[in-house]
Design a protein around this ligand. Structure first.
Ligand code: CP3
Length: 329
């Protein structure tokens, strides 16, 4: 997550000349920054450089990514009239630059590592579209689902349909796996989580034409893995608040597990980075189905050499737990 981000001087050099959205919309540049972490930190998969908010942008919402505030929608969607005004036809055509970036990235990767494409989940997309920007308390989106549940469901359903088309198009364009990010799933009560988040992730997973591409679901802050294990997906992402060993024991071999290292561990001294990395490998234990990753996006101030060191630790230490023969694709 944010594999190609501001912690890399090579990324910042490109961002100095190009604003964030232009970078997303220029296949040559998007593919260049996608490949940077493969060469620089040695990860085993590339994640296509883009943002989850390109879907609402393609529906006609004006998006700005401000240095100080993160992403901002000038005119948030707060009622049925605004939902009806969203341009749901032609979204995938307007996102054709993403498909072009996938093709350019595949050429640059030349088969070295697989390419992961992603989308925001409907709930997280709706959160930004209704709030208009990041939030701490989420009172605007929560007021919306409580006072206008029918309108909220209408928005979530149109987003779910767009996500299905978008991820199917990404797989067709050459992504080897796709990930659904529900970054704000964890702010909901168990029953609201079911109604406003998981229901739509389930709807999407049931309708993807994966053609064999694994589907990864990351519902940040959700600790009921039994519920997630019922989804038609292949991999579940974990943030750092869960014990990966316990989750594995709870859901068995139904899903591969990914994530779990607190991104702030990359600020620790090297010995501690190694210890924390091995802790996760040991807790997962032996056998296949483990994708080592951070539990959320890499932070802009993370030292590059610590990210490199963590990757080296994973490659060396994991040999104890996973036979290389298990990795053959
Ligand atoms: O190379 C990669 O790893 C692709 C990276 C990626 C970005 N956004 C690039 C990005 C991914 C997977 C996303 C998804 C995304 N975007 C999510 C879901 C995952 C998550 O991180 O929770 C969310 C919630 C967003 C919305 C978003 N976009 C936020 C909250 C921000 C601001 C973050 C910040 O640090 O200010 C963005 C902007 C953004 N998206 C940046 C990057 C590299 C930083 C922009 C910059 O270069 O200035």
């Amino acid at each position: 997550m944010r594999q190609a981000g501001r912690y890399l001087p090579e990324y910042r050099a490109i961002r100095e000349k190009t604003d964030f959205l232009t970078l997303c919309k220029t296949p040559e540049l998007a593919s260049e920054v996608t490949v940077q972490p493969i060469d620089i930190i040695g990860v085993d998969a590339a994640i296509l450089f883009s943002d989850i908010l390109v879907i609402p942008e393609a529906m006609g919402m004006r998006l700005e990514v401000l240095e100080s505030k993160g992403p901002v929608f000038e005119t948030p969607v707060r009622d049925l009239t605004a939902i009806r005004a969203l341009k749901t036809d032609g979204v995938i055509e307007r996102l054709n630059y993403v498909m072009k970036a996938i093709e350019a990235t595949r050429q640059k990767l030349d088969g070295r590592v697989p390419l992961i494409g992603f989308s925001g989940a409907p709930w997280t997309l709706a959160t930004y579209m209704v709030e208009g920007k990041g939030s701490k308390s989420f009172e605007i989106i929560k007021s919306f689902i409580y006072s206008e549940p029918a309108a909220a469901h209408r928005l979530l359903l149109l987003l779910a349909d767009a996500v299905i088309d978008y991820l199917n198009a990404k797989i067709k364009a050459g992504c080897d796996a796709v990930q659904i990010f529900d970054t704000w799933a964890g702010i909901l009560s168990p029953w609201d989580l079911e109604e406003f988040s998981l229901e739509y992730i389930r709807y999407i997973c049931d309708r993807l034409e994966t053609n064999g591409a694994p589907v990864i679901v990351f519902a940040k802050g959700v600790n009921s893995f039994q519920k997630l294990a019922g989804l038609k997906c292949d991999v579940l992402g974990l943030d750092w608040t869960m014990d990966i060993g316990k989750v594995r024991a709870e859901i068995g071999t139904k899903k591969a597990l990914q994530g779990n290292l607190d991104p702030c561990v990359l600020f620790a001294p090297k010995e501690r980075i190694k210890e924390e990395t091995e802790k996760i490998l040991a807790k997962f234990g032996r056998g296949s189905g483990h994708i080592f990753n951070l539990g959320h996006g890499i932070l802009p101030k993370a030292p590059v050499e610590n990210a490199q060191y963590m990757v080296t630790c994973v490659k060396q230490l994991s040999l104890k737990y996973h036979r290389p023969s298990e990795f053959t694709l």
